[in-house]
Design a protein around this ligand. Structure first.
Ligand code: ANZ
Ligand code: ZN
Length: 821
């Protein structure tokens, strides 16, 4: 018989919605608080995808499980609705983004509810709601007040297709994070946030976080701390000094040329007459070129020009030629490097191409030397420093140069300040006013929010200017200081602005006085578990940590870090093993699965696909397998209950299985072991193996029921309770069918007992003359005498020993016995 998932699921979703506070008790501050946060979706027009379902199911299982464990759970949901995706969608459909977002949110909310997720919808937030973004703007004003938001002209990434400036994090590798177009570089005046002021803390505090190591490593690399030395090289015959940044002063004797970035201010002034034409052309090409990545690229063919000038190596006064090349970046270090081709791959390629000398100065006797050798070792051909270890030599050379005033120790970071303005309509207006008399004037706090005006034409202009600039009635305002004519800032904030701090607002979503009440924040922070995709490693997850630390510094939040534990779900691929995409036609719509098999099946199925953190392909066949499993549970419980009247069902509450007949003991053992396994697995996000354990338990119960008609109720109840976090609707329904009452979120999770889960046997190793001959199951803690008898009764061992005399025996308790003959 097929169970009616449609009817049951709607019934319980309604019941949960009606009773949310009494069930989930999120305001019960007497219980231990635990904050389970999902990365909130941006409500795209495509609706929920299978990846959302995966992460949100995992966090829902965890939440429901912890509620059963008597925790007080905060588990909210909201919408990240500003930004390019929403805006591009609206432009395509020719509807206003506000209208599109509202429609998409309705659809998303309905879909989430249809999956039975236990969100506290009272706390729903929407980043495009003026009551929300009032506080996003307030954070900006605070940053401005503390000197951490500033306007500066800089070379910035421009996406020609999205028609806006992007942050370095959004344009890494020279590719737009959103649309995949190659980005261009433009010189523009933009708002920046001084994330670099937090570089050291952002790096150091990573150590305290329970996050996947690969995400931490990506943040470390992006922050990119280097401890090194700045060394001055005098230019021969000119009154100029070139300062280079190096992390390898131990290779100074091997520096055979210097390189300047094309934008280096000295560049062309060093160029001697003979080289002028070539050098000018090169610099012009490299500084004007449009398509370029801002990070150091290894792969591309090296190019460069000679300036005709030489510099003096301060360690040995040798003359080294000065070249210009675009693999040296102006924004990093000093924009100039000493090139050591024997010990740096990029320098090596450059030297080979232009026939420059390559001089080995570090050797490592332990490895076969091929050039370039980038490791450390012992110095050779390095004057008085020869024979020293790299580590010591770095220090000694630094000291020597410092004594001659030719070097300074320096710590550099790769991290750049965060470019914070976008030339698009659909974002939070930056709350400042520009006045001829007074300059940049912050909008007074009492005038927040600066509302985004509703407009007809919001498509990007293509100019580096927001469409808001054209709305005269909005742009022209009085200066709050001098009351003279002034203009609003027309750029908007990037889509990360709203997601920087949303997890704080859930804690106190209706607060009119502050972004959230500090007492409530103290109760809930930091987020105990944050679940979502890995694609935000150096975007959202870095930005949010920065803003959180800033808010901590101004006393607005009580914790130093926002997210204590992070778990990344893997990507669900199409059944062809490829990324799901419309063009491939391999996209699965969760709605279809819910309709055909129900939310409970979809939830459990996605957990059963494989380890949560792994990428895994969709497998249509095993959906039916899960659906059948739930039907088997349904039929098992019903056939167990059929024999009994409602009255009997209620009365038949046995305690812990006391007085159970001996025959049932293996089943009791399995039940306790399953409870322990499911509990451990949920706690460690191994949902797939928990489901397997439930399947095995169900199979055994089915068999047991065919033998013992009067199976005690506890066996059945515990199956339902364990199933509940995974497939809550069917579990809740079966719970009532067997005569129980109430909501299972409030019911405790079953408890296992040690006496049933502890191991009773072990693998005994039996050796003869130190050689293992057999392993058998032996009772745990058995004495030497007993084990000896057991071992000698094994035919195989009998054969080995034959008539020989046992001279000695060695016994290791719970491990082995060895007979010496
Ligand atoms: C000499 C040298 C010898 C270097 C050697 C490396 C190996 P990280 O660790 O990433 O900070 N460098 C410095 N400024 C640069 C710039 N603006 N553009 C491109 N490269 C730059 O790397 C520091 C190293 O990167 C520096 O140490 C410098 O090359 C190069 F065997 O100096 B090294
Ligand atoms: Zn783009």
């Amino acid at each position: 018989m097929r169970y009616n998932h449609k009817k049951i699921e709607i019934k319980w979703q309604k019941a949960w919605a009606r009773n949310k506070f009494s069930i989930w008790g999120v305001n019960d501050f007497a219980k231990k608080p635990y904050y389970v946060l999902d990365m909130f979706p941006y409500p795209s027009g495509d609706g929920l995808h299978t990846g959302h379902v995966e992460g949100y199911t995992a966090s829902d299982i965890y939440s429901r499980f912890l509620r059963m464990k008597r925790y007080n759970i905060l588990h909210p949901m909201g919408w990240d609705a500003f930004g390019l995706p929403a805006e591009n969608y609206a432009i395509e459909r020719r509807i206003n983004p506000k209208v599109a977002v509202e429609k998409n949110i309705r659809r998303f909310r309905k879909q989430l509810q249809s999956l039975g997720f236990s969100y506290d919808w009272q706390r729903e937030i929407n980043t495009t709601d003026p009551y929300y973004y009032k506080w996003t703007q307030w954070i900006f004003l605070k940053l401005l007040e503390k000197g951490l938001a500033y306007e500066k002209e800089a070379q910035v990434n421009w996406c020609p297709s999205c028609k806006t400036v992007l942050a370095d994090e959004e344009a890494s590798g020279g590719v737009c994070e959103r649309c995949g177009s190659a980005t261009e570089l433009k010189n523009l005046t933009q708002w920046h946030l001084k994330i670099t002021a937090y570089a050291e803390r952002l790096l150091r505090d990573l150590e305290k976080l329970d996050w996947p190591e690969n995400i931490k490593e990506m943040q470390r690399n992006w922050i990119g701390k280097s401890e090194g030395l700045e060394i001055d090289f005098k230019v021969d015959g000119l009154d100029k000094t070139i300062r280079v940044f190096t992390t390898r002063p131990d290779t100074l004797f091997g520096a055979t040329f210097l390189l300047l970035a094309p934008e280096h201010p000295f560049g062309l002034s060093l160029v001697s007459h003979n080289y002028r034409l070539m050098a000018e052309a090169y610099v012009r090409e490299k500084t004007a070129k449009k398509i370029s990545a801002k990070d150091i690229s290894q792969a591309k063919e090296k190019t460069g020009v000679f300036t005709g000038s030489y510099a003096i190596n301060p360690i040995n006064n040798e003359l080294v030629p000065i070249w210009i090349s675009d693999y040296v970046l102006m924004e990093y270090g000093t924009g100039a490097i000493m090139a050591v081709p024997a010990h740096d791959l990029r320098d090596f390629e450059f030297a080979q191409k232009f026939n420059l000398p390559i001089k080995t100065v570090v050797v490592n006797p332990q490895v076969k030397q091929t050039l370039p050798y980038e490791g450390e070792g012992i110095l050779v051909d390095s004057g008085d420093f020869s024979g020293l270890n790299s580590d010591i030599a770095k220090n000694e050379i630094a000291k020597f140069l410092a004594s001659k005033n030719a070097a300074e120790r320096k710590i550099t970071f790769k991290l750049r300040d965060w470019i914070f303005s976008r030339q698009r309509y659909w974002g939070e207006p930056i709350p400042v006013i520009k006045c001829r008399q007074c300059g940049v004037v912050p909008v007074p706090e009492k005038d927040l929010p600066v509302k985004l005006p509703y407009v007809k034409s919001y498509a990007p202009t293509g100019e580096p200017e927001s469409p808001l600039a054209k709305i005269k009635s909005w742009v022209n305002v009085k200066c709050p200081f001098c009351k003279g004519q002034a203009r609003r800032e027309t750029n908007t904030m990037p889509q990360w602005a709203g997601s920087n701090w949303y997890y704080l607002r859930y804690i106190d979503p209706k607060n009119k006085k502050s972004l959230a009440n500090i007492k409530k924040l103290e109760h809930w922070l930091p987020v105990d578990l944050y679940l979502g995709g890995a694609e935000h490693a150096v975007l959202h997850l870095l930005y949010a940590r920065f803003i959180h630390k800033f808010l901590y510094d101004i006393g607005a939040v009580p914790a130093k870090e926002p997210f204590q534990k992070l778990v990344n779900q893997g990507i669900i691929l199409g059944s062809d093993g490829q990324k799901m995409s419309k063009s491939r036609g391999n996209v699965v719509n969760p709605d279809d699965i819910v309709k055909e098999f129900g939310a409970d099946t979809l939830r459990m199925y996605e957990m059963f696909l494989g380890p949560l953190q792994d990428s895994k392909p969709w497998d249509p066949k095993s959906i039916i397998g899960i659906f059948r499993f739930l039907n088997r549970v349904w039929n098992l419980v019903l056939s167990w209950g059929k024999a009994k009247s409602t009255k009997q069902l209620r009365r038949q509450k046995v305690g812990v299985l006391t007085g159970v007949s001996k025959k049932l003991e293996p089943l009791v053992r399995l039940m306790h072991q399953t409870i322990k396994k499911v509990e451990d697995d949920i706690a460690n996000f191994r949902f797939n193996t928990a489901v397997s354990a439930l399947m095995e338990y169900q199979r055994t119960l089915m068999w047991a029921l065919s033998v013992h008609k009067n199976l005690p109720k506890e066996f059945i109840e515990n199956l339902i309770l364990m199933l509940f976090p995974f497939s809550p609707h069917i579990s809740q329904e079966l719970w009532h069918i067997i005569g129980n009452k109430g909501f299972l979120d409030k019911h405790g999770f079953p408890r296992w007992q040690w006496q049933y889960v502890k191991k009773t046997t072990y693998n005994l190793i039996i050796q003869v003359n130190g050689k293992t001959r057999l392993t058998v199951d032996a009772p745990l803690d058995a004495s030497q005498e007993k084990i000896k008898t057991l071992a000698l009764s094994q035919p195989k061992i009998k054969n080995f020993i034959g008539r020989k005399q046992i001279k000695r025996e060695i016994f290791v308790k719970n491990r082995l016995i060895n007979f010496v003959i």
